[in-house]
Design a protein around this ligand. Structure first.
Ligand code: ZN
Length: 290
C-alpha cells in the first residue's frame, strides 16, 4: 500500500504532495518482470501518474500518462484514478544498458529523448482532455514538470526516484510534486526554490527515514504549511471478463468468425496485470452483432 499526503501553505498559494510508492513499484516489477532500469523508468512514470490523478473528482475519472521517446524500452504508459491507484504498461520490460555517467540507472537511455509525453484526462466528458509536449530529458520528473508549465501553465517542481536492489527487488520508491497557484507571490516562489534546492535525490530522502509527511511539509517550509489530506494508493487493474468481451465485440463478424474457426480457445491477456481470459469458439461467435 502506498502512502500519499498533500500539504498546503497557509495562504493557499502553494500545494505540495509526497508519495511513498515502494509497494506499488514492487508490484510493477513482479507483474511486468522488468529489468532494473525499466523498473526505475516505469516506476517513476507510475509515481507521477498516481500524484497527478490524485484529487480527480469523479468516481470513474482517470488520467493516462504516456511517454514515447524512441528508446529501447519503447512506449511506457501509466493510468491513475482519483485516489491515486495506478496501473502501468511498458512495451519492452527487459532492457540492459550500462549505468549513466553518474553511476545511476540510465532512465533517459531506456526511455529515449526523441519523442513526446502525452497526458490524457478522462473526466467523463465526451472527449478526453489531451496535452502533449516534447520530451526534455527522458528522466521523467523534469518532463512532468515541463508538461505542467507548458501545457497547463502551472509552475511545478516534480521529483521522482526508484532505487532497485541487486536482486531486482525495489529498495525504495517515491516522489513529490509542488505546484503554485496563480496568485503565489515572489516570496512564496523563492522560499520553495530554496526548499527544493536542499533535496539531493528523492530516494535519499526515503533512505534517511523521512516520511511523506516530512517531505510534503518541508517543501513548503517557511510558508506555515498544513497537511490537507491523504490517501493509500495501490497498484490496481480494473479489467474484467465483461470488459474483455466488450473489446472482442468491437471486432467485426468476419474477424470473430475467423477467430472461432482458427482457435480452439481464444486467450486474451490483460497488458496491465497479465490476467488471462479465455473464450471458446461458441462464446466468440455469440459476441457477433445480431
Ligand atoms: Zn488487468
Amino acid at each position: 500500500m502506498g502512502i500519499l499526503k498533500r500539504a498546503i501553505s497557509k495562504d493557499a498559494s502553494a500545494v505540495s504532495m509526497a508519495l511513498d510508492a515502494a509497494d506499488i513499484v514492487g508490484e510493477i516489477e513482479k507483474i511486468h518482470k522488468t529489468s532494473a532500469v525499466v523498473t526505475a523508468a516505469l516506476g517513476r512514470l507510475s509515481i507521477a501518474a498516481s500524484m497527478m490523478g490524485y484529487g480527480l473528482k469523479g468516481k470513474d475519472d482517470s488520467i493516462t500518462v504516456k511517454i514515447d521517446g524512441g528508446g529501447p524500452a519503447g512506449m511506457l504508459l501509466a493510468v491513475s484514478d482519483g485516489m491515486g491507484n495506478v496501473k502501468s504498461y511498458v512495451q519492452n520490460p527487459v532492457v540492459e544498458i550500462p549505468l549513466n555517467s553518474i553511476g545511476k540507472l540510465d532512465v533517459a537511455g531506456a526511455v529515449g529523448k526523441d519523442g513526446t509525453l502525452t497526458v490524457a484526462k478522462d473526466l467523463g466528458l465526451k472527449e478526453p482532455y489531451c496535452g502533449m509536449v516534447p520530451i526534455v530529458s527522458g528522466e521523467i520528473g523534469e518532463d512532468i514538470a515541463n508538461y505542467f508549465v507548458s501545457s497547463e501553465q502551472i509552475p511545478t517542481v516534480c521529483g521522482l526516484g526508484v532505487l532497485v536492489n541487486p536482486d531486482l527487488s525495489v529498495n525504495c520508491a517515491g516522489g513529490f510534486l509542488v505546484q503554485l497557484l496563480p496568485f503565489a507571490d515572489e516570496n512564496c516562489i523563492s522560499t520553495i526554490e530554496k526548499n527544493v534546492s536542499k533535496i539531493n535525490s528523492v530516494t535519499d530522502l526515503f533512505k534517511s527515514g523521512k516520511t511523506v509527511e516530512d517531505i510534503a511539509l518541508s517543501l513548503l517550509d517557511g510558508l506555515e504549511p498544513n497537511i490537507l489530506d491523504e490517501s493509500n494508493p495501490v497498484y490496481k487493474c480494473d479489467c474484467s471478463r465483461e470488459r474483455t468481451e466488450k473489446i472482442l465485440a468491437g471486432l467485426n463478424s468476419e474477424e470473430l468468425e475467423k477467430l472461432a474457426a482458427e482457435q480452439e480457445v481464444t486467450e486474451v491477456c490483460c497488458h496491465f496485470c497479465n490476467k488471462k481470459y479465455t473464450f471458446t469458439p461458441e462464446e466468440i461467435l455469440s459476441l457477433k452483432k445480431i
